[in-house]
Write a new protein. Sequence first.
Length: 89
Amino acid sequence: MKSNDYNYFKNCECKYFPCHEADPEKDFNCLFCYCPLYPLGEKCGGNCTYTEDGIKDCSGCLIPHSVGGYDYVVSRFKDVAELARKKDV
């Protein structure tokens, strides 16, 4: 992946980098630091779990940070938009 491209960047100086258990030498994409698919719950397509308090835990998911993750996240924007539209009605 090309650094500083529209679909990729890596912030090695972030105090949380890497925020998931991953090889920091690999192509770790920080573009979606906060995943825009979070509101989709279990239907996000990632490897999420829920805490006893019902909080979504995405720490086991690397989709937004991986090669191809940008394309996957962007392909799901219509689902997030639909969720938002239903909430506004």
